[in-house]
Design a protein around this ligand. Structure first.
Ligand SMILES: Nc1nc2c(c(=O)[nH]1)N[C@H]1C(S)=C(S)[C@@H](COP(=O)(O)OP(=O)(O)OC[C@H]3O[C@@H](n4cnc5c(=O)[nH]c(N)nc54)[C@H](O)[C@@H]3O)O[C@H]1N2
Ligand SMILES: Nc1nc2c(c(=O)[nH]1)N[C@H]1C(S)=C(S)[C@@H](COP(=O)(O)OP(=O)(O)OC[C@H]3O[C@@H](n4cnc5c(=O)[nH]c(N)nc54)[C@H](O)[C@@H]3O)O[C@H]1N2
Ligand SMILES: [Mo]
Length: 765
């Protein structure tokens, strides 16, 4: 039973985002982790020009100009999480069976602290027992060499892996013979990558921080920036001060849409001076963004009849293809349809179009609220359509700007972590590295789990992350992992993926990004790429959590040597000196020429985006308008709500720091579902009442969560929201987009009813 201290509560949050609330929270974290000395020192070394390590949190670029302390509360949480003094040593694993640990909460598992040495699962005692690195590698090598086909193995990546390790990892997988490289991008920005590649011939955004500093209008769509990309608040505050307009498109009015105090602006902090960060809030219906964008385009195209400047005919003429068809499509889409699908009135859409029309330089930025939908690809393409209409591409202050997730998720892809590699990339890899890479596409996240069930994938290697909790349909994913002959997780802390293990299993603990990585040639650095294609070096400065940890490159090389005795790759040389990996990467990856020198420039270097230079690597050689039909996003069945699964402020993906969600005013509660007050009333649900949530999958199967507490929240009617990863149990394995294969994590169709037995769910722990 909850005692008085962990009573839950929820009230409106009225304070500015960041500011003293964040500062107070930082002090609490440092005190809790006992990091009074190292914590602040580390933080001052983070994201610094010339040295220091890259924040292991989100992928927002570092503002390295001058003496700014470009850090945020949540970045500090991630750093101190890694630097904890707790250790999960061999005594811990001797004292607990895996079956027992499986009953622990995720938070209790991670709270054991850093892993200190390699562990192997011992079935006889149902425990993880210490193993030597050599024996661990031998075991992996034996399994990999024993598979009938290299496609019986899958190599997952979570987006923290540095560029050099990413390159080595895919090289190992491809020399071994498979493109089975599922990654966390399959769950976040697969839709963005596919849409931007089809439209512009580049899978990335085209803008940089300077553009953010010069735009006149910013459209912020489907991202909770104050929690998940907090340093964007600085850019939003700056935009407001210079008179730019900011439009937030989100079913919820998130904290970044209101006001902020930028932590590194010390005077504002002292005077508690908040800057507003939003001009217009459009609370779209879930999945309604495409209709909104189509509406904006329709307005501009109509206006172009009398005001030729409403669009940029010259840009359209010179650089795009498919305009006439798109114009006709917009004209043919009736307003009633746009209003119904977006959930916005014509006036609200006009207000957005007006801001867009008046702006000379517009950036549209988005994250998971756009991509984790059935029609994520079409929506991103519609965003590009709108940008193209007014020539908002290839010039300062304008363009598409997806907000990537993990700190190096974009770099992972650039460096070859891709289950659908381009033939040109494979050609260069073959030529430079002397391997014969497979040409067939590999499996992505959702397909890997299915292949495990069919017995086709038998060895799973997880390079970071927490696959068992991050993927949809948790029981199905766990069963898949348990069917494997071998599961291997390269990790820093204990998590559930280690417990849902194969017949044989290994936990291989690695250095974190904050830690010194010393190899034969001395202290090593590794590079990362942020959301805006800037590549720079990251150098750890802390003493490693244990002397028995290996770096990720060293672990990959260890596996490669054991699995590929006749390898043509100089693994030892690469590990001895990461400069040598970079020399090879410079020859394989376009844009990485002279890598070792350029990455050591004070700010690193920017990978050139052809689309930014108005060079479009598309079939037509032009930027392509898309002409997709508007999807029907209004559930057909009466009583069905669209549930989104999102992060709280106090969480990093599957790592939950506390049960609070400050900016949504929630204390001590995660087993909640936010609903529109009217939807609660019509179901006979009162504030804080326990409810049951039942989802219906595409394949007709049903899933349930019981005893969650319903809270009224400012959401569009017909929608609901709750937290990932817990709510992944509601998402069926079949529930992924046919356009991007991304799981539909923002579009779970549910029925919510008063709890059968009137009970509340046990607290998450
Ligand atoms: N502190 C912290 N930072 C993080 C992470 C973390 O867990 N913690 N995770 C990192 C990762 S891997 C990623 S991918 C990013 C994720 O960053 P976000 O995309 O911000 O992640 P979510 O918490 O899922 O929030 C989704 C947002 O989209 C909105 N939304 C939901 N449905 C719709 C819709 O149909 N339309 C629109 N317009 N909006 C919608 C939600 O209300 C919410 O504001 O953050 C990264 N940064
Ligand atoms: N329902 C729902 N599910 C979702 C989402 C959603 O919005 N809704 N979002 C999806 C998204 S966008 C993502 S990116 C995924 C996240 O999926 P993952 O990236 O797989 O999960 P994380 O929680 O980020 O991984 C945490 C683990 O990484 C390990 N780790 C931490 N640092 C390091 C390191 O430096 N090296 C190594 N090797 N390991 C390290 C630790 O052991 C830790 O337990 O979740 C997805 N799942
Ligand atoms: Mo992500």
């Amino acid at each position: 039973m909850a005692d008085e201290n962990d009573q839950w509560s929820q009230r409106d949050y009225r304070h500015p985002a960041a500011g003293w609330g964040a500062a107070g929270s930082v002090l609490k974290i440092l005190a809790k982790e006992g990091e009074w000395v190292d914590g602040p020192r580390a933080v001052f070394r983070m994201n610094h020009e010339n040295g220091g390590f890259d924040c292991p949190g989100c992928a927002w670029p570092d503002d390295l100009k001058g003496l700014k302390l470009d850090i945020c509360e949540n970045g500090i949480k991630h750093v101190t999480w890694e630097m904890t003094r707790e250790r999960a040593g061999k005594e811990f694993f001797a004292a607990h069976t895996v079956s027992e640990l499986r009953t622990w909460s995720d938070r209790e598992l991670e709270a054991q602290g850093r892993l200190v040495g390699p562990l192997a699962y011992d079935a006889a005692s149902d425990r993880y027992v210490p193993v030597s690195w050599e024996d661990a590698f031998t075991l992996v090598g034996r399994h990999l060499r024993g598979l009938d086909s290299p496609d019986g193995a899958a190599f997952y990546t979570s987006g923290r892996l540095g560029n050099e390790a990413s390159f080595l990892y895919q090289l190992m997988a491809r020399e071994y013979g498979t493109n089975n490289l599922p990654d966390c991008s399959n769950m976040c920005h697969e839709a963005s990558g596919r849409a931007l590649t089809a439209a512009l011939g580049t899978g990335k955004g085209t803008v940089d921080l300077k553009d953010w500093e010069t735009a006149d209008a910013l459209f912020i769509m489907g991202v909770n920036a104050a929690s998940n990309a907090p340093r964007m608040l600085t850019a939003l505050a700056g935009a407001q001060r210079r008179g730019a307009k900011i439009v937030h498109v989100n079913p919820m009015v998130e904290a970044a849409a209101r006001k902020t105090i930028v932590p590194h602006e010390f005077v504002d902090m002292a005077l508690m001076k908040a800057t507003p960060t939003g001009d217009l809030n459009l609370q779209v219906r879930p999945g309604g963004d495409m209709a909104l964008m189509r509406g904006i385009a329709k307005v501009l195209l109509e206006r172009a009849g009398s005001d030729p400047k409403a669009i940029d005919p010259e840009f359209v003429e010179r650089h795009t293809a498919g305009f006439e068809e798109y114009r006709a499509l917009c004209a043919d889409t009736p307003w009633e349809e746009l209003e119904r699908q977006s959930g916005l009135s014509r006036e609200r859409i006009l207000a957005a179009a007006e801001i867009y029309h008046r702006s000379r330089r517009t950036i549209v930025s988005w994250c998971l609220g756009i991509t984790q939908h059935e029609h994520g690809v079409d929506t991103v393409r519609e965003i590009v359509n709108v940008l193209l209409l007014r020539g908002n591409l290839g010039r300062e202050g304008a363009g598409p700007s997806p907000v990537r997730g993990h700190s190096n998720v974009q770099g992972n892809r650039t460096c070859g972590i891709d289950h659908r590699p381009k033939p040109e990339f494979l050609d260069r890899l073959a030529q430079v590295c002397g391997i014969d890479p497979p040409r067939e596409p590999g499996l992505d996240t959702v397909r890997v789990v299915r292949a495990m069930h069919r017995g086709e994938v038998k060895v799973f290697v997880g390079m970071g992350g927490n696959f068992a909790m991050a993927a949809p349909d948790l029981p199905y994913t766990a069963q898949g992992l348990r069917k494997c002959d071998l599961t291997v997780h390269v990790s820093t802390k204990l998590n559930r993926s280690h417990l849902e293990h194969g017949r044989e299993a290994l936990i291989l603990p690695c250095l974190g990004r904050t830690e010194r990585d010393v190899q034969h040639s001395g202290l090593q650095s590794s590079s990362v790429e942020d959301s805006m294609s800037m590549v720079h070096l990251s150098v750890g400065m802390k003493r490693p959590a244990s002397p028995h940890l290996l770096s990720e490159p060293a672990i990959i090389a260890g596996i490669a040597r054991a699995a590929l005795p006749d390898s043509v790759v100089p693994w030892e040389d690469y590990v001895a000196d990461y400069d040598r990996v970079r020399d090879t990467m410079a020859r394989v990856l376009p844009g990485f020429e002279d890598f070792n020198r350029r990455v050591r420039l004070p700010l690193g270097f920017r990978i050139k985006q052809p689309a930014r230079e108005l060079v479009f690597l598309t079939p037509s050689g032009r930027a392509e308008f898309s002409c997709a039909e508007l999807p029907d996003v209004v559930p057909a069945e009466e009583g069905v709500l669209v549930l989104q699964t999102m992060r709280s402020h106090d969480q990093w993906n599957t790592t939950v720091y506390s049960d609070d969600d400050r900016y949504r005013g929630v204390k001590n509660l995660r087993t909640l579902v936010l609903m529109h007050a009217g939807d609660m009333r019509s179901r006979g649900i009162g504030e804080g009442d326990p409810v049951d949530i039942e989802s219906v999958s595409k394949d007709g199967t049903r899933r349930r969560l019981e005893g969650y507490l319903a809270l009224a929240y400012d959401l569009p009617r017909g929608s609901a929201a709750g937290y990932m990863p817990e709510m992944n149990v509601l998402i069926g394995a079949a529930d992924h987009s046919t356009q991007s294969d991304q799981p539909l994590m923002k579009n779970v169709l549910v029925r919510i009813t008063p709890a059968a037995a009137g009970r509340a769910a046990a607290p998450a722990g």
